[in-house]
Design a protein around this ligand. Structure first.
Ligand SMILES: Cc1cc2nc3c(=O)[nH]c(=O)nc-3n(C[C@H](O)[C@H](O)[C@H](O)COP(=O)(O)O)c2cc1C
Length: 149
């Protein structure tokens, strides 16, 4: 089985809880996902990921959450095509009360594509009552990834 990784970017823990839930849902479908905070994975390990789910909130005024800043900067500075061979999808958490709704997740989605990774499933932008949307998205993305087992 090839390697599946969930990376979460969070300030107050919502993305981390969702990463745990996605990992549990994946196990029920026979997919073995590991999940890490974005500041808990080395650059070398990041570059080895084959199948990536990013769960990331937006903080400040459209900014990356604290534990995502460094990894996001690293990925943004990669040469284009560096991530060719990586499959990914993004679950973005935010709040429509803010002008830059889900901006950090949007940035991850666009940057991973720019660096050569392949978007296997469309990004979902979630408002504060995200439970139902996140469940729906999780089911969809996991079904899309099963063939890569
Ligand atoms: C101080 C603060 C700033 C925020 N800024 C934004 C923002 O610019 N855009 C957005 O869509 N959501 C914003 N949010 C909403 C969070 O992204 C949302 O509450 C999310 O569920 C938090 O997830 P986390 O616990 O994983 O960090 C902000 C929330 C707070 C408290």
């Amino acid at each position: 089985m090839s390697k599946f990784t969930i990376l979460y970017g969070t300030e107050t823990g919502n993305s981390e809880l969702l990463a745990m839930e996605i990992s549990t849902a994946a196990a029920c479908k026979g997919l073995d996902f590991e999940y890490f905070g974005m500041d808990d994975i080395s650059h070398q390990e990041f570059l080895k990921i084959e199948n990536l789910i990013v769960v990331c909130s937006t903080w400040g005024d459209g900014e990356q959450p604290g534990n995502a800043e460094e990894l996001f900067e690293f990925v943004s500075n990669l040469d284009s095509d560096t991530l060719r061979g990586m499959n990914y999808s993004v679950l973005a958490l935010g709040d429509t009360a803010f002008d830059l709704f889900c901006e950090a997740g949007i940035q991850w989605d666009e940057t991973l594509e720019k660096k050569g990774a392949y978007r296997v499933y469309p990004r979902m932008d979630c408002d504060t009552d995200y439970a139902e949307d996140a469940d729906y998205w999780t089911d969809g993305v996991l079904n899309e990834l099963i063939p890569f087992c």
